[in-house]
Ligand binder design. Structure first.
Ligand SMILES: Nc1nc2c(c(=O)[nH]1)N[C@H]1C(S)=C(S)[C@@H](COP(=O)(O)O)O[C@H]1N2
Ligand SMILES: [Mo]
Length: 215
């Protein structure tokens, strides 16, 4: 793998985002189904912002308006999507702002170990900092060269290709830096705290000691 800093922005890279292969227990999905809990939020550009808060370096809060966020460096990642309900979509090209860019622009305090990614209507998902900061993690505005549609997360969704797709909120609005782990929406409702599809980490009862906060 190359160094991310040496890549031209916008360059198409597969890396670890796409293996073009099905993890255990998954089947290939034709087309692109819509899967989420609750209603599709309406995008109001004048009210929209993207916030980074919690244990930031120096205690600073960061926020971007929509036009500011979409002006950040754009990059593409080819990634597979694995839903815990057992369908997978292979080799989509996502475009947007790398999670690492956000970590550079809004650095976390040294004690940060986890993040909570927040979306509209209070949907959330927690991630280990190491997963969030992986080279392929992307705040996506586009898929296969086109703007996301409303039901697929417009204006912004997180894509973390090496984890089950619930770890990537659609309609994302911000990131909270955390110094201890806390469960997000699905992680509180029976899904695995880590969610690695290659290890079939689907449900919280499969968690080994140390993989998640006590239930
Ligand atoms: N805000 C929000 N994001 C979400 C979800 C959700 O319920 N709410 N579901 C997740 C799940 S379980 C999956 S499989 C993917 C589905 O993305 P898609 O509808 O674009 O296929 O979105 C993820 N992001
Ligand atoms: Mo899912």
């Amino acid at each position: 793998m190359g160094q991310p800093a040496e890549r031209e922005s916008g360059e198409r890279t597969a890396g670890e985002g796409a293996r073009f292969e099905l993890p255990p227990g998954q089947r290939l999905q034709r087309g692109w189904p819509v899967t989420h809990y609750g209603p599709v939020p309406r995008f109001r550009p004048e009210r929209w912002d993207f916030r980074v808060f919690g244990a930031t370096a120096g205690g600073d809060k960061h926020s971007w308006k929509h036009e500011e966020f979409t002006a950040l460096p754009y990059r593409s990642v080819v990634a597979d999507l694995h839903c815990v309900t057992k369908f997978s979509m292979l080799g989509a090209e996502w475009g947007g702002v790398p999670a690492r860019t956000i970590l550079e622009l809004a650095p976390p305090a040294p004690e940060v170990t986890h993040v909570m990614v927040w979306a509209e209507y209070g949907f959330s998902s927690n991630l280990r900092l190491a997963d969030f900061s992986s080279e392929q993690s992307l705040f996506a505005t586009h898929k296969d060269g086109e703007l996301l549609t409303a039901e697929h997360g417009f204006p912004l969704r997180l894509v973390v290709p090496h984890l089950y797709a619930w770890k990537g909120p659609k309609w994302v609005r911000g990131v909270e830096y955390m110094t201890t782990d806390r469960r997000g929406f699905w992680e509180e409702r029976g899904y695995h705290n880590v969610g690695d599809p290659w290890r079939e980490q689907r449900y919280s009862y499969q968690e080994e000691p140390g993989e998640g906060p006590e239930l």
